[in-house]
Ligand binder design. Structure first.
Ligand code: ADP
Ligand code: ZN
Ligand code: ZN
Length: 820
């Protein structure tokens, strides 16, 4: 009897698909295995087996599985279950989750290649354009490749036209090939080719050649060749050469003499075996009490919030909790919101846990991610995984503890593409599926979390003093209006800020300057006629980046030259206005020419190690001033920083969103927390603002989290915002500007028919076009207790029905659940 498998494909489709399992594959097709299946006209995808069934599906022709890739599952329980939870809760497909969860090196896919038609027979002389003949010759020499590779190799723009013409004439053909992207790392090893009994004969062969003798000796020692076979060790070629102090020419000579042979060995890139350098830190009595309270709290609440002010020593408490878990033989997940944070924490954790620390985030190459995945899949040993949000998808064996540090951070939320999930909330669900405990940590808990903690849904432990009783930093607000009126400004800095900075630097301290925007100037404009360059694909002004002398759209990434002459009035009157981090860096350089300045933002951290270099350099005092965006505000621990400047607080406060106060309070309190983290050094924070009397500053100056919380939670309740309701945004996108409003209204009407008062909008978002798609937004507020699965079903019904309407053709919709 035939067997069939339900296969999940990495596509945004709502169902899985049934394929027949060919007899010879039966032993290799099981739940969690990867299989390659045909889909659509020509494509092949790597799918995951979700279940095996014996009943043949009816109503369509069933295709066969093309290839079974695995001998054992690449997933572990409860990963599939978690994917489905995410798909239901965040209103996307399980295929979307699969796509995001599994590194692409594990998902072999077919790609479209072009190659010379083997049946092509030239008739007379075919007349080719220059481009066509370049492409034809390239394919003739190098064989099949993708159109993209053709473009890179030839350096030609728009190769597609020439390619199409060659296809039309039958000179080249299209083919689908499966492409395996994962490349295991192989290292060269060496082994002796004689048995221990004939050692003296071996040495006879190198007599009179001292270098060869030395190499042979080193090889015997390193390989343990004289010992019993099961004690032989693998000898890495480079290590052997180093030990014998020889060149590879000598090694080749021995190889020719038949004394040794070389081979390649596949290794895991992360077989790191660093050793522990320190013991677990001794906790202060306040920390020890908090630790005890956390254990107590977990007896009643699987999820507990640790509200610990900045520099209270939360990390040390985490280390103790992780040590417990490892001792018990379980695994721990330590989630942080930002890759920049893994740098410092990796060192702090490795010092205590050595090789049991595994780091994972999106800056790793795909090969590296596959290796980490495999390493976890192969081990049932205790370990701690430190990572950014995607680490919730790893194949854990058995989690005993999940820590979410800086749980209030919006960067736990993925905006684009689907799944638009909050890794903090997914981590909580993951922990519960493993029966593990969760600790959420923050100096400024999110309003939702603190509400749950005080309402008894989560446990709550507070640690409201800094480690060593160091005082919290002293915060003052500088009135920019007054400073401007009294001419006490220097560029974007008030003179007071400059003076305090000078003083801090002269005392040998470091400074952090926080500017929310990157680039040089967020705006360019004509002085004569006020013309402003805008993105042609998005409704936004362009940001000027001086280091590349170009205007960039921060939404779609398009670049444009900065016009020297105004295209509207033809005057050479283009100026750039406002401040981004690049310009702040520039001004600081002028103010303090003898100081070393580092910048931390998206532009300076494009490659994998740049975060680490900047953070390490600043830690090692190779910089005096660190300028940066939000990246500098999160849990970094620098000992030399005495002053923090928030250069533009108004941008944070005046954001049209129900979370803007919360975000502004958290961001400022967090960046302030970077100041004065060591004994004998008082921390200072200066906030520059045009609205110094804004009530938010009162709470910030007094480090009054509770006061702020009480104010904010009352507002949320009054206006019926989270945590008193759950918000889902529906984004509607369409190419046609003339149609989008009609479509959105029509769609909103259908939703209102079902959801009634729970629907708000449609409204025009502040940026109403991105990448040539016009956007409208509809808000759905649902009761907290509502089943998201049911909401999803209803939304799908509305969608399917609406799509019957020809007017809505070309409409794209996506959902953002619990927007942050
Ligand atoms: P938080 O994560 O709460 O902001 P950290 O864990 O970074 O605070 O601690 C702040 C500083 O105090 C760190 O440099 C840390 O090494 C030090 N520290 C905290 N607790 C201890 C301890 N028990 N023993 C030694 N140093 C500690
Ligand atoms: Zn002009
Ligand atoms: Zn754009």
């Amino acid at each position: 009897m035939d067997k069939y498998a339900e296969i999940l494909l990495p596509l945004p489709l709502d169902t899985s698909f049934t394929y027949r399992i060919p007899k010879e594959m039966e032993s290799r097709v099981a739940v969690g295995h990867r299989v390659i299946v045909p889909f659509g006209a020509k494509r092949f995808y790597t799918g995951i087996v979700e279940s095996i069934v014996t009943k043949a599906p009816e109503g369509f022709e069933v295709k066969d599985i093309a290839l079974a890739l695995d001998d054992k599952p690449i997933l572990r329980h409860p990963q599939l279950k978690l994917w489905h939870w995410i798909a239901d809760y965040y209103l996307c497909s399980a295929g979307d989750v699969y796509k995001a969860a599994v590194p692409s090196g594990l998902k072999i896919e077919s790609e479209t290649f072009i190659e010379i038609n083997p049946d092509y027979e030239p008739i007379g002389d075919e007349i080719l354009s220059e481009r066509e003949s370049i492409i034809f010759q390239l394919l003739d020499h190098e064989g099949a490749m993708t159109v993209g590779t053709v473009a890179t190799k030839t350096g030609l723009k728009n190769v597609q036209v020439a390619v199409n013409s060659l296809i039309d004439r039958g000179m080249i053909i299209i083919s689908e090939k499966l492409v395996e992207r994962y490349r295991p790392l192989r290292i060269a090893c060496v082994r002796p080719e004689f048995d221990p009994a004939s050692i003296s004969e071996a040495f006879a062969k190198v007599k009179g050649a001292p270098k060869q003798e030395k190499l042979l000796l080193a090889l015997i020692e390193m390989s343990g060749w004289q010992r019993p076979e099961n004690e032989h060790k693998e000898v890495i070629r480079t290590e052997l050469l180093k030990r014998a102090d020889c060149t590879s020419a000598i090694l080749l000579t021995l190889e020719k003499k038949g004394l040794l042979s070389s081979y390649k060995k596949e290794i895991n890139r992360f077989a790191y075996d660093g050793s522990k350098t320190i013991e677990l830190p001794r906790l202060s009595s306040a920390q020890a009490t908090a630790l005890h309270e956390i254990h107590q709290s977990w007896r009643q609440h699987d999820i507990t919030l640790l509200h610990g002010v900045t520099s209270s020593g939360k990390t040390e408490i985490y280390q103790h909790l992780i040590a417990d878990v490892i001792r018990r033989g379980d695994q721990a997940l330590f989630l942080v919101p930002e890759i920049a944070l893994t740098t410092q924490l990796t060192k702090r954790l490795q010092a205590v846990f050595g090789k049991d620390v595994i780091v994972y985030h999106s800056k790793f190459s795909d090969n590296e991610r596959v290796d980490i995945w495999k390493r976890l899949l192969d081990t049932n040993n205790p370990c701690v995984v430190l990572g950014a949000r995607s680490s919730v998808f790893l194949p854990f064996y058995h989690l005993g503890l999940v820590i979410v540090d800086e749980e209030h951070e919006s960067s736990f939320k993925q905006y684009d593409p689907a799944p638009r999930y909050n890794a903090r909330d997914v981590a909580i669900v993951l922990a519960s599926m493993h029966g593990a405990k969760t600790l959420l940590g923050s100096a400024t808990p999110s309003i939702e979390t603190y509400y749950k903690a005080t309402a008894g849904k989560f446990g709550l432990v507070s640690l409201l003093k800094r480690y060593n009783d160091i005082p919290l930093p002293d915060i003052s607000v500088i009135d920019l209006h007054r400073a401007r009126q009294t001419k006490k400004m220097s560029g974007t800095f008030s003179l007071e800020t400059v003076d305090r900075a000078r003083k801090a630097l002269s005392e040998g301290n470091q400074i952090i300057l926080f500017q929310p925007r990157r680039g040089y100037s967020p705006l360019a404009r004509c002085r004569q006629c006020a013309w402003t360059p805008r993105c042609t694909k998005c409704d936004v002004a362009l940001t000027y980046h001086r280091d590349i002398d170009r205007l960039i759209c921060h939404y779609c990434g398009s670049e444009y030259p900065l016009p020297r002459v105004c295209p509207q009035c033809k005057e050479p009157a283009i100026e750039t206005l406002g401040y981004g981090t690049e310009r702040v860096e520039d001004e600081v350089t002028k103010l303090f020419p003898e100081k070393r300045i580092l910048r931390l933002d998206l532009d300076t951290t494009r490659n994998k190690s740049s975060y680490e270099t900047i953070v390490d350099d600043f830690s090692a005092r190779k910089g005096d001033i660190l300028v940066g965006t939000q990246m500098v505000t999160k849990g970094l621990d620098f000992e030399g920083v005495s002053l923090v400047g928030v250069l533009n607080a108004d941008m944070l406060i005046n954001f049209p969103d129900f979370r803007s106060s919360e975000r502004a309070f958290n961001t400022i309190e967090q960046v302030a927390g970077r100041a004065g983290r060591r004994e004998g050094q008082s921390g200072q924070v200066l906030i520059q603002s045009y609205e110094p009397s804004h009530p938010l500053f009162g709470y910030i100056i007094n480090h009054d989290y509770l006061g702020f919380y009480n104010h904010e939670i009352a507002e949320r309740e009054r206006y019926f915002y989270p945590p008193f309701t759950r918000i889902i945004y529906l984004y509607l996108k369409h190419r046609d500007r003339g149609l989008i409003d009609r479509i959105a209204r029509e769609y909103g009407r259908r939703l209102t028919d079902i959801f009634g008062q729970r629907i708000y909008g449609p409204e025009r978002p502040s940026i109403e076009r991105i990448n040539n798609l016009y956007i409208r937004k509809i808000m759905l507020k649902v009761e907290v207790e509502a089943s998201m699965k049911r909401v999803k079903e209803i939304l799908r019904e509305v969608y399917n029905e609406a799509m019957q309407n020809p007017m809505l053709k070309g409409l794209t919709i996506y959902y953002d659940v619990d927007p942050f």
